[in-house]
Every structure is written in C-alpha cells, then in structure tokens.
Design a protein around this ligand. Structure first.
Ligand code: CMP
Length: 158
C-alpha cells in the first residue's frame, strides 16, 4: 500500500481547549509523520475556498465564523494510507456519534465544534495541501525514519 499525505486542521475549539498536544500525539503514536506544521489565524477567502463544497448549506455561515474565530494548527501528515487512517483516528463528523478511543469520541460532542478537519480523499488532500502550504514548507521523511513503523517487501511498504 502506498504512502500518502493528508491535510489536518486542528480547529479553533481544540486549540482554545488546549487539546493540541494530545491530538498531535495520537497521530504520532499511530506512526504517522508530521511533515509540515504551522499555527495561524486563517483568512476569510482561504476558508471559503477550503469549504467551497459546503457553500449553500444551512451551516455554512456559522462554519466560516467558527473557523475564523481563533488560531488553528495546520499540518501535513504522511504515512501508509494516511487519508483513511487519519479519518478513522478522528471518528465521524458528529462527535456525539464517535466511539471512545477516537479524537472526537474522547473529546467532543458537537457536529460543528468537532475539533479537527482531515481531507476525505487523496484528491482533496492534494488540493487542500496546496491551498495551505508551499512545497518548500514540506519536509522529506527518510526511509530510515520509519524503520520500526513499516516493513518493506518488493519495494512496497507493508
Ligand atoms: P469538517 O470535517 O471540517 O468538514 C465540514 C465541517 O462542517 C465539519 O467538519 C463540521 O465542522 C461542519 N459541519 C458539517 N455538518 C454540519 C452540520 N450539520 N451542522 C453544523 N456543522 C456541520
């Protein structure tokens, strides 16, 4: 299976609740690599682009307001099947439905204030990474760095 990159946003609720360290630790402990990370206040036009697919939904305005209400942490995570693996670590969008052991299941109850965003497909991951990061801001992972995380067989990570 292939090594993928995915975009993660630790949202203003999680930053404000000082959950950042615990959340990042979940990704690292799973074996994913943080290959880019920055904290910032997002700009309105960037958030609009990012959530364009939800334009017209009844929650769209409130979602924009929420995402602009405080700083966020933007990250690019890399690892085996990273897109799907991160979505599983988060749990479903409605945190009230999320199982214990997931990030939303352990620390959330809300659909809007659901702590973390992660790309939902490889295609959106590429678009979202390009929206928030320059290529020069993304670091390389060396094969040696994942020697106890993944094995390699016939040139494939297993
Ligand atoms: P996210 O994974 O960032 O993708 C879109 C976001 O919109 C979602 O997390 C929630 O924060 C928010 N969202 C999705 N559905 C609803 C809803 N029904 N009511 C309020 N907010 C929602």
């Amino acid at each position: 299976m292939s090594i993928e990159r995915t975009l993660v946003i630790i949202k203003p609720d999680a930053v404000d609740r000082r959950l950042t360290g615990k959340i990042i630790d979940r990704f690292l402990a799973k074996g994913l690599d943080v290959v880019a990370m920055k904290m910032k206040r997002l700009e309105a036009d960037t958030v609009q682009k990012h959530y364009e697919v939800h334009k017209g939904r009844d929650f769209y305005g409130d979602l924009l307001e929420f995402m602009l209400s405080g700083p966020v942490i933007l990250m690019v995570l890399e690892g085996k099947e990273a897109v799907q693996v991160v979505r599983v670590l988060l749990g479903p969008t409605d945190a009230a439905q999320a199982s214990p052991g997931t990030i939303r299941g352990d620390w959330g109850l809300s659909t809007r204030y659901n702590l973390v965003h992660a790309s939902d497909s490889l295609g959106s991951a590429q678009k979202e990474i390009d929206l928030f990061f320059q290529d020069s801001e993304i670091c390389d992972v060396h094969e040696q760095d994942r020697r106890w995380i993944l094995a390699k067989k016939n040139d494939e990570w297993i």
